[in-house]
Design a binder for this molecule. Structure first.
Ligand SMILES: [Fe+2]
Length: 564
């Protein structure tokens, strides 16, 4: 496959119009302009803010001209200290055009730290909804609350977890760990039953996404969800992509869901990244014409939040169990598999790893939080469960092996075959950090050497997990808290589990998986993360349904980590 070529990428960006408007003007120096000079626009996709620092915040909206012949639009914007906009702190004008899908970004700088602000955009005769946001504390140990999300799939259901967080006034920032959209067409993954609940894909966007227009329309669709609009208007987002913003199981030069007859992967990725940057309130550290998205945020002296890209920038291709199985005999080539697993394959790319190690070394915050996509904790499942010839046998097998393990732990004698069932384990997902154990070890060593308090947050799996992070020699490294999905189906769908069996299996898994402390395998939701000087505490919040906008919170679980 063709390697990434910076010139190709820039060429695709050459048509991009006015990028981010940077405001450095102080109060009174700029204004929203005369109404007659502003364009007649509709604000159908709400407002958003993101990538806060102690003195800046990025504001976002989409302003589509009433008159479709108008290619360039001019808007006003206001940032106020109060929700009635009686005390305007800053204001200005911004332009956008069809070349960036009429999305607007204003980077408001020279603000005060740890301050709540309200903002809105103005057209000739229209006003956007107003949004609420806040800057980060510059120093000190002010306790923080983050709401953590991943995996919102429109056809799978209503984004009720977003709605729930949008009602919580105590959130300092939203962290989105990716799969903000899904690339599939009608009939693809998790689209079953979408028509019945009014979440079918529209006719002009019901195929798999390949082009810039395809990706843009998908973002526009997702942003019609009331819960998502409400949450964007409610708190600043700190977001990073996972694979489905491009295509399933993306790695640096391809993806599982990109076939050779589907055109150039590099062009597809450029289209996907362009639409992502247009639609997300994000300030890419090297600008929108660059793939680099990893960046960090300093929340006073309490938390350094380091956001990572484990997908695009440097990931080597995933290993696949099937490649090690002899087609005729079915024999698994363990030696070759172990050899490949212990080779120096990268999930972040060496440059990002070095950047991360430097960040850890230089961090003086109480907590170092890594915001990233994939489970980092070891998820070694009994190999016997993989050998099941159909999926319906997996759960009974796992429950049986958990019982055997308990008996073994209680000192009971087991047969050699039973013992093997308990002790022979293998990672369940080679797309996660488990498939890149050498680089994981390098990261663990760096954190250990720098003597940092590592907390890892993850998404991707569509289920909730809490694991201790331990190096290959068993040393404690940190703690991982992973959020369930907003709406994508999880293990319960994959293994066709009813609620009772899903709960039974969730109870058994921490017995089977050494570093696992908790899991929820069947409920959709999100995760609050509380940070204070004493502890980082996760609170998983689960809703009863995503099949209707009418939902209730039905379950919560908390776990506290006081550091090492
Ligand atoms: Fe996902």
């Amino acid at each position: 496959m063709k390697q990434f070529n910076r010139r190709d990428f820039l060429k695709l960006f050459a048509a991009t119009g006015a990028a981010v408007t940077v405001s450095t003007a102080l109060q009174g120096c700029a204004s929203v302009g005369k109404a007659s000079e502003r364009s007649s626009v509709k604000f159908d996709h709400g407002v958003a803010s993101g990538d806060p620092t102690s003195n800046a915040i990025l504001l976002w909206t989409r302003a589509v001209p009433e008159n479709s012949a108008e290619k360039q639009v001019t808007l006003g914007w206001e940032l106020a200290a109060d929700e009635n906009f009686s005390s305007i702190i800053r204001s200005g004008t911004a332009t956008t055009s069809a070349s960036r899908d009429y999305t607007v970004k204003v980077d408001v700088t020279q603000l005060s730290p740890n301050q709540r602000y309200y903002y809105r955009f103005l057209g000739k005769n229209s006003k956007s909804p107003s949004g609420k946001t806040q800057t980060l504390p510059e120093s000190g140990l002010k306790p923080l609350k983050f709401a953590v999300f991943s995996c919102s799939n429109y056809p799978a259901g209503y984004f009720n977890p977003y709605s729930e967080a949008a009602r919580d006034d105590s959130i300092d920032a939203v962290i989105h760990l990716g799969d903000y959209i899904y690339e599939y067409g009608a009939g693809g993954y998790a689209t079953q039953g979408s028509q019945e609940i009014g979440r079918g894909l529209p006719e002009n966007n019901n195929t798999e996404l390949f082009t810039l227009t395809d990706y843009r329309r998908r973002y526009a669709l997702y942003r019609t969800d009331e819960g998502l609009q409400a949450l964007h208007a409610h708190a600043p987002f700190i977001a990073v992509w996972d694979d489905h913003e491009i295509s399933n199981d993306t790695w640096k030069n391809g993806a599982e869901n990109h076939q050779e007859d589907e055109g150039s992967f590099i062009e597809r990725r450029a289209a996907a990244v362009q639409a992502y940057y247009e639609w997300l309130p994000i300030r890419p550290p090297q600008g929108e014409a660059n793939l680099t998205i990893y960046r960090d945020f300093k929340f006073g002296d309490l938390v350094d939040l380091i956001m990572l890209d484990t997908r695009i920038i440097g990931r080597d291709k995933q290993l696949n169990y099937d490649d090690y199985r002899d087609a005729e005999s079915g024999q698994f080539n363990t030696q070759k598999f172990q050899q490949d697993m212990s080779s120096d394959r990268s999930i972040m790319g060496k440059k990002q790893l070095q950047w991360l190690v430097n960040k850890l070394n230089n961090s003086s915050a109480r907590w170092q939080v890594l915001g990233q996509q994939l489970l980092m904790g070891k998820m070694n499942f009994p190999a016997a469960a993989f050998a099941a010839d159909d999926r319906s046998k997996v759960t009974p097998l796992l429950l049986q092996i958990a019982e055997l393990k308990k008996r073994l732990q209680n000192g009971e004698e087991l047969t050699a075959q039973q013992k093997a069932m308990v002790t022979q384990v293998t990672p369940y997902n080679l797309d996660a950090w488990d498939g890149y154990p050498i680089e994981r070890e390098m990261l663990y060593r760096a954190a250990q050497k720098a003597n940092k308090q590592l907390v890892v947050i993850a998404g991707d799996t569509h289920n909730a997990w809490h694991s201790e992070l331990r190096s290959s020699d068993g040393a404690h490294i940190g703690m991982e808290f992973a959020t369930s999905s907003v709406s994508s189906p999880g293990m319960e769908a994959y293994l066709s589990l009813d609620t009772k069996t899903a709960e039974q299996l969730a109870k058994a898994l921490p017995t089977l998986i050494e570093d696992l402390k908790y899991t929820n395998l069947h409920q959709r939701g999100y995760m609050n993360l509380f940070a204070s000087e004493d502890a980082v505490e996760a609170e998983w919040v689960f809703v009863d349904t995503i099949r209707s906008k009418d939902y209730r919170v039905v379950n919560k679980h908390r776990a506290r980590y006081t550091g090492s």
